[in-house]
Structures are given as C-alpha cells and as structure tokens.
Design a protein around this ligand. Structure first.
Ligand code: 2HA
Ligand code: ZN
Length: 277
C-alpha cells in the first residue's frame, strides 16, 4: 500500500486549500471542498474494507435529501469547523476520505478527521451539487465553496440579476465569456448549511457551474480541482476589476460584438440571451 500522504488527490487538496487561503478567500473556517475519487485510486492507498468510523448523515446535517445516486462513491472532503489555513500542515485532521454508505443514511470514514471531526457543514449542498452536475457532465468530480473577497464585495453594489451580473463579469476580462460561457447563477441570501440552500444550489447547478450565494460566497463545480479553482479565480479577477473601476467613469469597454467574436473563435456554446445584441 502506498503512503496516503503522497497521493496526488491529498497533495492537490492541500495545494488548493493553501492557494485559496493565501488569496484571502477562505478566512477562518470559510469555504469547503469535496472531490469525488475513483475506488481504484483510493485502493492504492487505503484498505477500503477498513472503516474507521460510521458518521450518520444526520450528524453531518439534517438529511431530507436523496443521496442514493452517490451510494458507494468516495469523496475527499474538508472538515466542518476546519481552517483552510491548516490543511496543508495537517491534512489528516483537516481532511477526510469518506464513502457514502449502502443505506444512503450514513457515511463511512476511511481516513482523516483524526480528531473526531466530520465533513463540512455544507455537505448536503456539496452532495446535491455533485448529483446535479453528474447528470449534466458525467466527468464532474469537484465542488468548491469559497468566500472570494471581490466577488462578495460586488454582491453589495451590483444588481443580483443573473443576466446583468454575468454580463458585467464578461465585460471585465476578455476571456471571461470563454471560461464561463454559460454565465453565473445567483441565489438570494439564504441560510447556509441547510438542505434548502443545497437544493436551490443543485437546481442552479443543472444550468451553471458557478453559483453565487448572495452576500456569502460562491460555488463552483468542475472535472478537476484545477478547473474548478480556475472558474472561481476567473470570476474573482473580473469582480476585482469591477470593484476597481465601478466608481469611475467608464471610457472604454469590451463590446458585446467583441464577445461574440471570442466565443466564435473558441467555438463555445454560450448564453446568447445574456448579451444585448
Ligand atoms: O464551512 O463557508 O458556508 C464554512 C462555510 C459555510
Ligand atoms: Zn461559506
């Protein structure tokens, strides 16, 4: 059996959490990551018959959602109350590898959460988002939630309308429309950690890989940690530019006709109705 500390998925989780912390997106216990793993890759590092602890989904959160499609699936996930700041230094306490139990009512801990910890309080939103994205893209593996500073700042000064918000982001960096051509979904302020926000996020995830939780943060989904991080990073960069310029007269802008040229060049399908052509 290989050393789990050398597993690419553990190293990548550490690097991603460290980057997000360094960028100031995940203060204290803010943010969470879940990454679906193949049984084959887990088996190289862990005895999958050795369950360390059963954690009732109820113990993770109230459970009134159907997790059946994920039964038997493996996830590496950040812990509730854990700080992104500390993941790299102590992955075995701050991360866990879990399998969704056969009854769909509990999860089996195979590694990590060494101090008795449990998965993120946003586990329902993560699992529901995985299920929603897998229906659209069978290769989806990652869900990330974060509190990126400028994205959040923009929530307070910009209309929270999906078309207008997306359009403004697209205008801020030439490549935005190519990186997230489907746009950004937006949920109104809602109580976090609940199944309600999980269901609402998952509903948006049928259409978008990025969902803003108004005045809280953002959810991103993708095939890899890099892709998902990159999506959030691109939104955050655009939001940063917006926050730098929003108080000043706009002299120049990227025109909608220019954005059409971009999506045509890259051959991507985009939300035409989010442009004003
Ligand atoms: O896990 O970010 O939304 C801490 C959070 C909750
Ligand atoms: Zn949050």
């Amino acid at each position: 059996m290989k050393d789990i500390m050398t597993a690419p998925f553990v190293r990548e989780m550490c690097a991603t959490a460290a980057n997000m912390y360094r960028l100031g997106w995940d203060e204290r216990n803010g943010g969470n990551i879940s990454y679906m793993l193949d049984e084959k890759e887990v088996k190289e590092y862990l005895d999958i018959d050795n369950v360390i602890r059963d954690i009732p989904l109820m113990g993770v959160n109230e459970v009134d959602f159907d997790i059946t499609p994920l039964i038997g699936k493996y996830f590496i996930v950040t812990g509730t109350g854990k700080y992104f700041k500390n993941v790299e230094g102590d992955p075995e306490t701050n991360l866990g590898i879990v399998r969704i139990g056969k009854d769909g009512k509990h999860i089996e801990l195979l590694w990590g959460f060494k101090d008795g910890g449990r998965p993120t309080s946003e586990f329902p939103a993560h699992m529901m988002s995985h299920m929603a994205r897998l229906k659209v893209d069978p290769e989806n593996r990652v869900v990330i939630h974060s509190h990126p500073t400028n994205t959040l700042a923009m929530n307070f000064v910009h209309e929270l309308d999906e078309k207008k918000f997306t359009h403004t982001l697209w205008e801020m960096c030439t490549e935005c429309i190519v990186v997230f051509p489907e746009g950004v979904g937006i949920l109104p302020w809602m109580l976090c950690g609940t199944s309600e926000i999980g269901k609402a996020t998952a509903k948006k995830m049928e259409e978008f890989r990025l969902v803003v939780w108004a005045m809280h943060g953002i959810y991103g989904a993708g095939k890899t940690l890099d892709e998902t991080f990159g999506l959030i990073e691109t939104v955050e960069k655009a939001a940063q530019i917006y926050m730098l310029i929003c108080n000043r007269p706009r002299v120049n802008t990227i025109k909608d006709e220019d954005m059409v040229k971009l999506v045509e060049l890259f051959g991507v399908k985009y939300r035409k109705d989010f442009l004003d052509l």
